[in-house]
Ligand binder design. Structure first.
Ligand SMILES: Cc1ncc(COP(=O)(O)O)c(C=O)c1O
Length: 392
């Protein structure tokens, strides 16, 4: 066996040891989970949900945080609380997780796709401007990978046109735009606590906002329309059971306590990877923006240029990198490419990111040591050297 060959064509992989596993937990999660179990308050009436909401709101520089079952339903109840009506139009990026679109469609809203900025991969404010019309009522910027969208330009547009902003911060726990954490820079924001996320309890979500009024409506919407105070079988508005359990909230508290230290490790890992990838012609680390004062690094997204790799298609490159023991993925396809979602003309930056350019490395890789990150560089260099031999 030729050990120097890429693993995808029979060589030895660069890495046989896995990167740090995710999610992680320790005695603290165990202790709080057991306390929730013994409390007998497994749903409402316990101490964990309110405590997490208070601490998470503080963590995100928001006045309120409201837990719910997932990031997907957080989007839905936030849009509903904002008073959007069937037929109203919301502008979303075409390069995002599908729930950004489906949560709006579920409410009868019309969605319009904006293109993304070619460097940040977040919604391009210029593309948003081209889509504005009388029906447009809200913008949903997505802080893809944990990197805040251009909130200055988006807020300017929203103020000019009287639009609401809902930040999709599902991937952006702890991220900052000009020194302020995301989630309540717009009218409201949403987070996901799905098991891949930087703060997780398996499944869960939250809405953040500085508005007392929105917080109050969201409280009711996730709780079958109940008022905050009043009889259990009183329903003031139409709502759903999108609550979470005390077990999840207990785990979230322990995870939130770990978050600052893990954020620092990811920051260092991303910086190291920036340097390592900068040394390889044909791949490009993410460009920095001074206004992004903290990147949450839920994903490390770098650019791949197939022409430097004998025109090896992105999908094959991803396969080859995985075979070397480096976790990675090709990321999103354009939302308009799904036959059951509204169509759109192809958007050039979204097309490029999806089809040829963006390679995603998950956050747990950044938790590894410097030597382990060097394996990412080694694996890419090895694939590049032999790229002409890899079958298409
Ligand atoms: C950008 C974005 N929006 C929304 C969601 C939905 O979150 P959940 O999976 O918790 O429903 C996710 C989660 O993957 C996401 O990444």
């Amino acid at each position: 066996m030729n050990e120097d060959l890429p693993a995808i064509i029979g060589g030895e992989p660069v890495r046989k040891n896995p990167y740090p596993k995710w999610p992680i937990y320790d005695r603290r999660e165990e202790e709080l989970l057991l306390e929730a179990l013994k409390s007998g308050r497994w749903s409402v009436g316990g101490r964990f949900q309110e405590e997490f909401e208070r601490r998470f709101a503080e963590f995100q520089d928001a006045k309120h945080a409201l837990l719910c079952a997932s990031g997907t339903v957080a989007l839905k109840i936030a849009l509903k609380a904002m008073g959007l009506k069937p037929g109203d139009r919301v502008i979303i990026p075409a390069y995002t997780f599908i729930a950004t679109a489906t949560s709006a469609i579920d409410l009868g809203l019309e969605i319009a796709y904006a293109d993304i900025d070619p460097n940040s991969y977040t919604i391009d404010p210029e593309s948003v401007r081209e889509l504005l019309d009388e029906k447009t009522k809200a913008l949903i910027p997505v802080h893809v990978a944990g990197r805040p969208a251009d909130m200055d330009a988006l807020r300017e547009i929203a103020e000019e046109r009287g639009l609401m902003i809902l930040e999709d911060a599902a991937q952006a726990h702890g991220a900052e735009w000009r020194g302020r954490r995301v989630g309540a820079i717009g009218d409201a924001g949403i987070f996901s606590f799905y098991q891949s996320k930087n703060i997780t309890c398996g499944e869960g979500g939250a809405v953040t906002t500085d508005s007392d009024e929105l917080a109050d409506i969201i409280w009711s919407l996730r709780n079958v329309g109940r008022p905050r105070t009043g009889p259990w079988y009183e329903h003031r508005i139409y709502g759903w059971n999108y609550r979470i359990t005390e077990f999840q909230a207990a785990v979230l508290i322990a995870q939130l306590e770990k978050a600052p230290k893990l954020m620092e490790i990811r920051d260092r890992g991303a910086e190291k990877l920036d340097k390592l990838l900068d040394e390889i012609e044909g791949v490009e680390p993410p460009k920095k923006d001074k206004r992004v004062t903290r990147h949450a690094h839920h994903l490390y997204i770098f650019k791949y240029d197939p022409t430097a790799f004998s025109n090896l298609p992105k999908s094959k490159f991803v396969e080859a990198l995985k075979a070397e023991g480096i976790p990675c993925s090709a990321g999103y396809r354009p939302l308009y490419s799904y036959p059951f979602l509204p169509p759109s003309k192809p958007l050039p930056n979204t097309e490029k990111a999806s089809k040829t350019e963006a390679i995603w490395i998950p956050q747990n890789v950044l938790l590894a040591g410097e030597k382990d990150l060097e394996d990412v560089q080694k694996a890419i260099e090895k694939i590049k050297k032999h790229s002409h031999k890899i079958p298409r």
